[in-house]
Design a protein. Sequence first.
Length: 474
Amino acid sequence: MPKCMIDGKEVEFTAGENLVKVAKRAGVEIPVFCYHPGLSVVAQCRMCYVEVEKMPKLQTACSTMATEGMVVKTNSENVKKGRAGTMEFLLLNHPLDCPICDKAGECDLQDNSYGYGSAYMRGSEERRTYVDVNMGPVIQKNMNRCIHCTRCIRFGDEIAGIHEMVAIKRGNDIDITTIDGKTLQTEYAGNYSDICPTGSLTLKDFRFKKRAWMLKKTTTVCEGCSKGCNMEIQHEGDVIYRCVPLENLDVNRYWMCDEGRFNYQHTQDPTRIIEPKVKAEGGWKTISWEDGILGIKEEIDGQKPTFLVGSDLTQEELTHIKEYIALQHPGATIQHFGTPGLTSTQQDGALDQILRMKSKTSNLNGAEKLGIAPLMNDTIKADTVVVMSAGRAKLPKINAKRVIAVGVYLEGDASQFDMILPGLAFSEKDGTIVNHQGIEQKLKRAVLPRGKCKSLSEVLMLLTNKKARVGANP
Ligand code: SF4
Ligand code: SF4
Ligand code: FES
């Protein structure tokens, strides 16, 4: 492999790699603004200056490819002066907004200013200000903070496939905006906020709810479709504040869709059923777990109810269900359900040219691998039906004398059921899911179960036990 020298360290590279990437591998961080590994390189912010031997002027590391024997310095006096000059220029118009800016604590401008800028500025001109247009339900715009890196324009053009962000006017009057001031159309708008290196584009859903440094981060996988985008749940205590995509070049690269990003909101929906319930005259009656378990045992012990399992459940849950049925209800029918009109991975496919898949459940592939047959119709007729699912799988029409929900995540209308034992949301459990490519990925528990919800595996153990003893929630 070819080698070059970065700050005196010899480092290998592959042809076509730029100096930002190569330096990173050598443990040297080069500050950037306009460069993003998932977007084209434009080299317009001039933050990534480095000195390359035999080249008279400073070079931009993002647009300079490593070559055999190249000698690069990233911390010479010349480089420091160049970067400080860039910072001074970028901050000429930037407001002293950090204390009230949502990006504070995770802002590249803040970090690079602290690392490479100066505590003083020479300019005394008034800073320009903008009146911002409405960008739609996802993004809040504040152009006073913009440094014209054009990442957002390139994201729209190159990733979202929609030319909706543009730079109008030039020089001091430049404005990064949408065409004709329209609202954003893409269903991937949340990524604008992730890639903006300043607080110019922030998420409306997250603004002013929590400071970035107060959030705990749990690495997990989106359950929104069979793509399985890698993401981080950011939470404090048991409240989730936002989800952001994590890099996985084999699955979602750097991005995620808005549906997946905001899917967490359902887990905190006030209509979510978080206690065992039984249908009673005039509505629902809350019951204890003991009564719920005993009630269901009375209804189905020794019987062969039809089991409907969501293809949104994890491999561990589905395996446990199969074992439970083999032990307690041998010969009973088990079928998976999830997306109306889509019964197998053969019918799954891309919903757009970016990430989203047709299957609205995350583990269709896994359910198939476990040999569970699909429900072929959107209606099922049976005597007693037991439903187990995690919330994303869309319930079919059920025509049965008794419909029992066991370890089910449910919100809103629950009128199809006669009895409900509430289960966990994807953010409340560990487990394995298999995406449409056959890649196994792990869900990680970020928050504790809401209310009195229990894991499906615990509920199945209670149903299996001769003498069920129901413990407190973890
Ligand atoms: S809005 Fe953000 S991403 Fe877009 S050009 Fe300005 S600083 Fe860059
Ligand atoms: S594409 Fe699918 S897995 Fe990825 S974020 Fe969207 S819903 Fe989630
Ligand atoms: S990051 Fe290299 S010029 Fe902007």
